[in-house]
Design a protein around this ligand. Structure first.
Ligand SMILES: [Zn+2]
Ligand SMILES: [Zn+2]
Length: 104
């Protein structure tokens, strides 16, 4: 079954919480989400190399808006002006930082 979020909401000021349809809960810090952006500005198209220099992302970065893209992804507009990132549900579930997912 494909992972589909039931709710995406800000969590405690510096994080975003996703509640999935299978009742799994993921909590991502804003910085972690911003750094996980897969757009051409953040990840090299061919090599997959991260193009964000370490320390570049402000620790205060936060999502200003989250918009659904089709029914497979969300696009996130960040407070640092970055808005080209599209986060597929597959990616979001894959990068879930919880101990269960990290152990898998
Ligand atoms: Zn990006
Ligand atoms: Zn998880």
């Amino acid at each position: 079954m494909k992972p589909v979020p039931k709710e995406v909401m800000p969590h405690g000021g510096n994080s975003v919480r996703i509640l999935w349809q299978d009742e799994h809960e993921s909590i991502y810090t804003n910085v972690y989400l911003r750094e996980s952006c897969q757009c051409a500005e953040c990840i090299h198209e061919w090599t997959g190399e991260k193009l964000i220099p370490p320390g570049k992302i402000s620790p205060d970065v936060r999502p200003i808006s989250v918009t659904s893209v089709g029914n497979y992804a969300v696009s996130i507009h960040f407070s640092d002006g970055h808005q080209t990132g599209v986060y597929s549900f597959d990616l979001l579930r894959k990068i879930c930082p919880c101990s269960l997912c990290q152990a898998a």
